[in-house]
Design a protein around this ligand. Structure first.
Ligand code: GLY
Length: 392
């Protein structure tokens, strides 16, 4: 992590002095350097931030795509950019999984064409993971690729989805059900701007959902982070700002470090899918209380992964309990409450893109703070993992 680089652009530096600037975390991908800027008040200083970043610079035109639930944030960004002379076209989206479709990508391309965006211009995504994935994919393909600035407004996208350049849309599977992120591209954002003030309007359930990814990052690479989240869970679920400000850079750095080492997921980056093989399989199955949020599915997936790791002697009973308890303290579900069967979930897992060449790959915790990629786990381990979340 490093302090924000200030150029001698005086007006911009003055604007940024008013920002409660926290930290800039580089994403050192060879040939595609990027960074995550974590700063309360960043949105009000968006033009200055873009002006001062060599990797972004102020565009002439911007297509500002936003989740309609974030209209106020989008209007603020649009106002600031227009005041700096940028021609801004606003494009509101209903951010549901259904919107992650080829049809919606086409409408974004068409909006960019109508606004005459050229390759020097940029797309800006304001919202959660759905908007980031969708707009990132549209940017990756428009004119063979234009810059995209990611401005995540959910905790989940701040620590995970808006970092590292995974973009994409969903497709229906041949045998039914939604195949998540089956079409997409790696397209690094020019910059990811995290303004934690936007969490003030985020529903509590969404905040808890984001904590699942933070717990995941602790489990993957930072045992202290994991234990601190468990200890501070009550503050975090209530958006206690000093606790959130301490959490954000630590959770982000787990992701940026892995992405910098393996941007295209040739190996180590798969570890970021901890909890996701089980999580994706159950995410689109209706539960007794409606649809699971992504982070809720990941939380259940983490419980499953912990049970599988325990069955493979990679985790002690005490560590497994610690994981389940940490998730519970964060107000996250620990089992699946709905109608399904082990056979159905295993079918869905087989379709997951992490299953390569017919083999199944699980990411499992190895103690707290490390994990391993396990190829073709024994079926009884998978069945045990599903039993642990109430699926038989
Ligand atoms: N969300 C997992 C990854 O970006 O690789």
């Amino acid at each position: 992590m490093r302090a924000f680089h200030r150029s001698n652009t005086r007006g911009c530096a003055a604007d940024l002095a008013r920002t409660r600037l926290l930290i800039e975390i580089p994403v050192d991908i060879p040939g595609q350097p990027s960074s995550v800027l974590v700063a309360r008040g960043a949105l009000e200083n968006l033009a200055s931030i873009l002006t001062m970043r060599a990797g972004t610079k102020l565009p002439r035109r911007a297509l500002l795509c936003f989740d309609r639930n974030c209209t106020a944030h989008a209007q603020q960004a649009a106002r600031v950019l227009r005041a700096a002379g940028v021609v801004v076209t606003e494009f509101g989206l209903h951010a549901t999984e259904d919107a992650k479709s080829a049809a919606v990508v086409e409408t974004i391309w068409d909006a960019a064409l109508a606004a005459r965006l050229d390759r020097g211009d940029c797309f800006i995504a304001i919202g959660g993971g759905i908007v980031g994935d969708l707009v990132g994919f549209a940017a990756a393909t428009y004119l063979r690729g234009v810059r995209v600035v990611q401005i995540p407004t959910t905790l989940l996208s701040m620590v995970d989805a808006a970092i590292g350049g995974k973009t994409g849309i969903n497709r229906t599977l041949p045998e039914g059900g939604l195949g998540k992120n089956l079409v997409g591209a790696f397209w690094q954002p020019s910059i990811t701007i995290v303004d934690a003030n936007t969490l003030r309007t985020l529903p509590k359930r969404e905040l808890r959902s984001g904590l699942a990814e933070c717990v995941k990052h602790g489990l993957i690479a930072d045992a202290t982070l994991f234990h601190d989240i468990a200890r501070d869970a009550n503050e975090l679920v209530n958006n206690h700002e000093p606790s959130i400000d301490r959490l954000l850079p630590r959770a982000i750095v787990v992701k940026t470090a892995i992405v910098a080492r393996d941007p295209l997921e040739r190996g180590e980056r798969a570890k970021l899918n901890l909890g996701h093989t089980f999580g994706h399989a159950i995410e689109t199955i209706p539960t007794a209380s409606g649809k699971l949020l992504h982070g809720e599915a990941v939380a259940i997936g983490l419980v499953s992964a912990a049970a599988a790791a325990r069955a493979m002697q990679m985790l002690s009973a005490h560590e497994e309990t610690n994981i389940t308890n940490a998730l519970t303290s964060c107000g996250l579900p620990r089992s699946f409450q709905g109608e399904t069967s082990a056979a159905e979930v295993m079918r869905r897992m087989g379709f997951d893109k992490k299953a390569e060449g017919g083999s199944l790959k699980l990411i499992l915790p190895k103690g707290i703070g490390a994990c391993e990629i396990v190829e073709n786990p024994p079926p009884e381990v998978v069945l045990e993992a599903l039993r642990a979340i109430g699926i038989a």
